[in-house]
Structures are given as C-alpha cells and as structure tokens.
Design a binder for this molecule. Sequence first.
Ligand SMILES: [Zn+2]
Length: 245
Amino acid sequence: MARDRQYRLAIVQFGRMLHENGFVAATDGNLSVRLDDKHVLVTPTCISKGRMRASDMVIVDMDGKRLTGKRRVSTEIAMHLLIYRLRPDVHGIVHAHPPTATGFAASGYDLNRPLVCEVVVGLGSIPLARYGTPGTPELTDALEPLIPHHDAILMANHGVVTFGSSLESAYMKMETVEHFAKIALVTHLLGNEQPLGEKEVEKLHQVRHRYNGGAAPRKPVAADDLQTDGLQSDNEPKETAGSRR
Ligand SMILES: [Zn+2]
C-alpha cells in the first residue's frame, strides 16, 4: 500500500505541474499509473489537475471497471488501457492539451521533422493521429496503429498523449513535445528551416536504440518522411501515419 500512496502523490505532483505549465485548462487532461498487471490508478473526471488530492484517484481493472475511489473515472480511460495493453513496457501515461503542440494537431501537422537532435534521440518522431471523438472507439482506433512505435502522439483537433516506463518519464515527454512544438514554430517563422540530413538522423537513431536497450521496437523516421511531413513552407497539411481517409 505504501507504493500505492507514492503513486497517488506522483499523480498529484505531475498534475499540478501540467496545470502550472499551462498544458491543461479547467478540468482538462488525465494521468495514470499501472499498479500491476490487473490494476491501473487514474485521475477522476471533472477535477482540476492543479488541485487534486491523493484520495481523489480511482483504481480500475483492465476493463475500466472502478474498484476503489468515490469519484467517476476519467472519460479517457479506454485510451489509457489500450496503451497499457499494447505496451507492456509502459507504466505511466499523461494526456494534456499543451497549446503549441495542440495548435499543430489542430492544423493537420505532425512534429516529425528532425529539427533538434535531442528530440530525435528522445522521442524519434511525433506522429499525428486522425481525429476521433473523445471517450469513443474512434479515438482509440486512430491511436492504435501508432502506439507500438511511438512514445508521444498528437491527436488531431484535441491534444497530446505521452507514455513511458514511469509517470515521470511520461510527464517529461509531454514537456519535450510542447517545447519542441515551440521550436518548430519559431523555425517556421524564421523561414530558413535546416532539418538534419538522413545520415545524421540515422546516427541519432543508433544512439536512441542504445538508450532504449531491449525496449519495444521503434519505427525510425523514414527518409521520405523527413522531406514530406511536418510543418512545411507551402503550408500544405500532409496525410498522416494514422490517417485512414
Ligand atoms: Zn483531452
């Protein structure tokens, strides 16, 4: 139970950081931790992520059924459970609406361009999943093909979901995505984008693979993607990896 308490306090802490950083407004966003192979600790719905208490959290089983907690479980629980099912290496998930990255997602842009070496090493690429109504299978269907190969996904006209080996790791990836979105926007405004070349990206993927050790396989950014995805100077939104139009 001591560990349960520790995870509750971690959700409180990272929820507060999401709110303080402006990554969520009002009662937006949700966070969860995998407690074991049958239980997930998750934030309730209709509560500010900036002012949660440890006792507000809900424990659900892998079907999303509430086992403990007084509040109603997050409406996005199906998205969390899908990620835990597809990625045994994942133990923490964060969903938020950081304004810059969500602006990309609302403009039909992914964040796949290799503009910053550390982002290529840390996240590989950040694809855009097609739009799906929150809390419905439309959304989980759009995310499903992307989850095995990515740790951060933009959700069209909605927000961002990040996941990692711990809640802290998932939260840090959310910060990286929003920071990188700001960099990508400034790069675009300056009008002289200089993405890393194919060879440089390949070397960074080798570093990334070493960092990840035996973790789930990651799809590298394909050379073709480097030239066609992301924020383009012609402002043409491109077909995305999650598209099934
Ligand atoms: Zn949301």
